[in-house]
Design a binder for this molecule. Structure first.
Ligand code: EPU
Length: 344
């Protein structure tokens, strides 16, 4: 569509197939965004311009508990390209609506390694900076250059660098001051040259030991990551889920010692800043939740940090299960687990 073409406004759109948990909810109003001009058309629209908005990417990190009165902007911006080949990095850009995993595989096939540890993460490119996706020792912020977003108040395209995105663990400015205020349309990645493998994560170290491949290629690491994920994370195409349902809590060394005193087995990782990250999945498992079900919402059998849709789950059942888990983890460990996906 060009700058002048009319905007297509859809009403009463089922979001069930637009969220990876497969939860039922209806968007009263939905507009598809194929480029920055589409966002500007919404901003300039006499009624939609002022209405509250909800920005929907691949829907892999949301829990829908009700129908949506907001104007849902479904981001469908496509495109992948090498922007620049610097001596110290490849700069690669992808449209926010591109499936994340496809971009990872495309970049590897093109000879731009660096995203391999993040293979098979569900969702779209546009969501990757919002929650600073991370897996197997790499976070999006480690491979981030900049992004373009359209400001929903002004309709202007702005570019944000790493600092402006204020990335944290599964966190960014898009979950705080810019929540619902900027539509990310393109993301640029900085893939350092020369490429260096990141193999520090226990399960990847195990693959090196098992296979005897001490110097794996980026493609080999992607294959390992895919195999590791397939072995313990449910495929959203087959079993509805939103990945990890809770964040791994970060505690002080004193709190951690206290918990270890009572539960010596608790899985924990010291962080560079002196704090300690606890494995929420281990704690939930220790409370006996693995495989349990409330209504049609359940705890995945192979990884207690993942809640799943056993068929016809509704958002309130998922949240009832989530609250019961939070209470039992609090009761045993004194830790309040925070949900990782956005609850709507
Ligand atoms: N564990 C259990 N029982 C369980 C689950 C985990 O004992 O039911 C133990 C594991 O044996 C392991 C530890 O807990 O010792 C941590 O488990 P795992 O390595 O599977 O990682 P995680 O901390 O549960 C995080 C991310 C994942 C990411 C993996 C790999 C968060 C919230 N989750 O999970 O990200 O794939 O590390 O890097 O940080 C996501 O965000 O959606 C996601 C899947």
């Amino acid at each position: 569509m060009d700058e002048n073409s009319a905007m297509h406004i859809e009403s009463g759109v089922s979001l069930r197939t637009y969220n990876s948990f497969g939860l039922p909810a209806v968007a009263h109003t939905l507009v598809r965004i194929a480029g920055d001009a589409d966002v500007r058309r919404v901003v300039d629209h006499p009624t939609l311009g002022r209405a509250p908005k909800f920005i929907l990417g691949g829907g892999s990190n949301i829990i829908l508990t009700r129908d949506m009165p907001q104007v849902v902007l479904k981001v469908e911006v496509t495109g992948r390209r090498l922007v620049e080949e610097r001596a110290d990095a490849w700069i690669v850009e992808a449209g926010a609506g591109e499936p994340w995993h496809d971009v990872v595989m495309w970049s590897l096939a093109q000879g731009y390694p660096g995203l391999e540890n993040l293979a098979l993460i569900p969702g779209t490119v546009g969501a990757s900076p919002v929650q600073n996706i991370g897996a197997y020792g790499v976070e999006l912020q480690d491979r981030f250059e900049a992004l373009d977003a359209v400001d929903l108040r002004t309709g202007l395209t702005v570019t944000l660098n790493t600092q402006q995105c204020t990335f944290g663990y599964r966190d960014s400015v898009f979950k705080h001051s810019l929540a619902g205020r900027a539509v990310i349309t393109r993301v640029r990645f900085r893939l350092p040259r020369p490429w260096k493998p990141v193999l520090g994560y226990l399960e990847l170290e195990r693959k090196v030991a098992e296979t005897g491949i001490a110097q794996p290629s980026a493609q080999q690491i992607a294959d390992w990551v895919i195999a590791i994920r397939r072995a313990k994370l449910p495929d959203p195409a087959l079993i509805g889920n939103a990945g990890s349902f809770f964040k791994n809590p970060v505690v002080t060394p004193e709190q951690c010692r206290d918990i270890i005193g009572r539960d010596p087995e608790v899985v924990h990782y010291p962080m560079p800043d002196g704090s300690v990250k606890l494995a929420a999945g281990w704690m939930i498992d220790a409370c006996g939740w693995k495989g349990k079900t409330v209504g049609q919402a359940g705890v995945y059998e192979k990884q207690a940090l993942v809640l799943v849709n056993r068929g016809e789950a509704i958002g309130s059942e998922v949240m009832t299960l989530a609250r019961a888990i939070q209470e039992s983890v609090y009761g045993r460990f004194g830790i309040r687990l925070e949900t990782e996906p956005v609850v709507v």
